[in-house]
Design a protein around this ligand. Sequence first.
Ligand code: SAM
Length: 246
Amino acid sequence: MKSKMIFGFHAVTSRLRHEASSIEEIYVDASRHDRRMQDLLRAAEEAKVRIIQADDQRLDGMVGTRRHQGVVAKAGELSLARNLDELLDAIEGPPLLLILDGVTDPHNLGACLRVADGAGAHAVIAPKDRAVGLNATAAKVASGAADTVPYITVTNLSRTLRELKEREIWVIGTTDDADKGLYEADFVAPTALVMGSEGEGMRRLTRENCDVLVSIPMHGAVESLNVSVASGVCLYEARRQRMLGV
Ligand SMILES: C[S@@+](CC[C@H](N)C(=O)[O-])C[C@H]1O[C@@H](n2cnc3c(N)ncnc32)[C@H](O)[C@@H]1O
């Protein structure tokens, strides 16, 4: 297992909470006895993670910075979340989710995963039925992104959209016939971006469960873009807005 160092109370506590088994050991500054440290030590003990006492200098050397707050964990990669609740609980900051309503071509799924990874989306979500699974072709086209972006399948996509809205995630659907333009949409808030299938686009119920529908401006003769290209355009607009904080 490839290990890396994570440090600081927030990062280490969060990892302990979500996947303690991925932590090999935790190094702590032996001179710290405050409440935060006691809580962390208790959580580590409960999770049966080995604690190693170290001095400040050693911790500085391990992570190449003094900003470790006296806590450094040696941990393996996180296994990818495969269910929505687990995923949403683990996301820090406003979620950015890509939802594919019935994409059937594995090349498109692979390309969507690849661009989701590139743009920093937290997951790709799709219905269990009427959609291509994460097969070998999709994984190959994803060029590694199938290992980094959780692909979560759900039984009832409309219900999932309603659950996302209950969690105050803004559901933005995309279709070439929407009146509102992509660049008018707000992607800074927690967002689920919904894309339709290759032929029919979004299903009626999916469409009805969106908070807003947006279209990507088309300046030439063709009516619509390939779903992975459209995903890329929208996700990078979201990323741009988040970088600017607009
Ligand atoms: C090939 S298109 C499907 C076109 C289909 N005729 C429709 O009615 O949406 C696949 C998906 O890519 C997205 N898409 C493609 N072009 C788009 C555009 N100009 N504006 C918004 N979304 C677009 C939509 O999510 C669409 O459902």
